[in-house]
Write a protein that binds this ligand. Structure first.
Ligand SMILES: C[S@@+](CC[C@H](N)C(=O)[O-])C[C@H]1O[C@@H](n2cnc3c(N)ncnc32)[C@H](O)[C@@H]1O
Length: 297
């Protein structure tokens, strides 16, 4: 066993131990505890192991993610190049502003559907100095959490299903849901009374240069997020919305990773994908809506 892995698991165990009251058994809903072993266990003895890589797997059946390891590796590469940096700056601003209204000593932030973890990691790096609370990243894909946990930091990484979040009622204060599916029933349950959900959804111009090439001949060439936003509004009270729209200069080297990182190109032929590369795209539009909601009274 290599030294680095031991450290990661030890760090994860200590973090979870300090915050064990947040967790709920995803099988029987009981409280969880962890000692010096490498398992989080509930009163009914349902047991979940800490991985050497420093995450906990709380799935009750094998998780099915439609996203491949290659997609997460490609996302990681593109995100590291700064693709979403303006979005992260905006999210940090929103979190810092809202944190003041949360009447709790410790503020718990969850990234629900965190993928390869870069967003919550960047937010953590930006605010950790002035922040008292916990950062948690959850995704159903073990491949994605494996990449996320490779940063040896004070973020709790969990493999879990949004439909059965392993957290106690009202234990989270800020739920981020970035370009991922939502489960509002679960978000509502885990959200504290002062808590907020911050959802990031693509707007009509998002990745338009890719969309126009891939779907040049059909109605998918344009996208409308009304349905997603209306669904959010049905479940939560919207307190603010923001739009963020910018262009990212993309290098020839990064373009293949961009093509791989998005479900937009799923199922497309190699010819079609090559035709995107041949188009000499040099800049990509990022157009995202940020919708912030709280529990309805
Ligand atoms: C497009 S990716 C976005 C990932 C990340 N938020 C980002 O922006 O890079 C959607 C993510 O949602 C996750 N996901 C889908 N269904 C899920 C579920 N039921 N529970 C937890 N995560 C889920 C996928 O595994 C994937 O990582």
């Amino acid at each position: 066993m290599c030294k680095k892995s031991i450290k990661k698991r030890d760090r994860a165990r200590e973090l979870i131990k300090k915050n064990k009251e947040i967790f709920k058994c995803p099988i029987c809903n009981g409280f969880m505890s962890i000692d010096d072993s490498n398992s989080l266990t509930c009163n009914s003895n349902h047991c979940f192991d800490l991985a050497k890589k420093g995450y906990i797997n709380l799935l009750t059946s094998s998780g099915v993610s439609s996203y491949s390891k290659e997609l997460f590796q490609a996302r990681h590469k593109v995100i590291e190049a700064g693709f979403y940096d303006p979005l992260i700056d905006k999210l940090v601003e929103i979190i810092c502003e809202h944190q003041k209204y949360i009447n709790k000593e410790k503020v718990n932030i969850l990234d629900a559907g965190c993928g390869e973890g870069s967003h919550i990691y960047s937010i953590y790096e930006n605010i950790k100095a002035d922040f008292n609370g916990n950062f948690i990243g959850v995704d159903i894909s073990k491949d994605s959490i494996n990449i996320a946990a490779s940063n040896n930091t004070d973020i709790i990484w969990c493999v879990a299903d949004l439909a059965r979040l392993p957290f106690q009622n009202k234990s989270l204060d800020i739920v981020l849901n970035i370009l991922s599916p939502a489960n509002y029933g679960e978000f509502y349950r885990i959200l504290s009374d002062d808590g907020i959900v911050i959802k990031v959804v693509p707007n009509s111009q998002y990745l338009k240069e890719l969309r126009e090439t891939v779907y040049s001949d059909n109605e998918n060439a344009t996208y409308c997020n009304d349905k997603v936003i209306n669904h959010f509004k049905e479940r939560l009270e919207v307190i603010d919305t923001k739009n963020i729209n910018y262009k990212f200069d993309i290098s020839k080297e990064l373009l293949p990773y961009l093509i791989k990182m998005t479900p937009l190109t799923w199922g497309e032929s190699t010819d079609k994908l090559n035709s995107i590369l041949e188009k000499d795209i040099s800049s990509i539009t990022i157009d995202l809506d940020i919708i912030i909601g709280k529990k309805k009274n």
